[in-house]
Design a protein. Structure first.
Length: 87
C-alpha cells in the first residue's frame, strides 16, 4: 500500500506494474485486482473515480500519511524505481 502512494489515481493494472513484489515467494504478493478488492473490502479510504470501478484514488489525508511512510521506508533510488514502473 505504501508503494502505491506515489500514484494520484490507480487501477488494478497500474498497481500490478508499480507494486509488484520482487520476491515471488512472499505471502503478501497480491495481484492488483486482489489489492483493490482488499482496499475496498476493508474500507481503507479508497475512492472510486468512475462508474465501472476501474480507477481509484486514496483520500488525500490518507495518501499524505502513506507518502510519509514511503519516505521513511524506501530509499530515494527505490522511490525513483517506483515512478519508473508507473510510467
Amino acid at each position: 500500500m505504501v508503494a502505491s502512494s506515489i500514484l494520484y489515481h490507480f487501477s488494478a493494472r497500474l498497481c500490478d506494474a508499480v507494486c509488484r513484489n520482487e520476491n515471488p515467494s512472499s505471502s503478501s504478493n497480491l495481484s492488483g485486482q486482489q489489492f483493490l478488492k482488499t482496499l475496498l473490502d476493508e474500507n481503507l479510504f479508497c475512492i472510486s473515480l468512475d462508474s465501472e470501478g476501474e480507477w481509484y484514488r486514496y483520500h488525500h489525508v490518507f495518501r499524505d500519511f502513506l507518502r510519509d511512510e514511503l519516505e521513511r521506508q524506501f530509499t530515494q533510488q527505490e522511490i525513483r524505481e517506483l515512478h519508473t514502473r508507473a510510467s
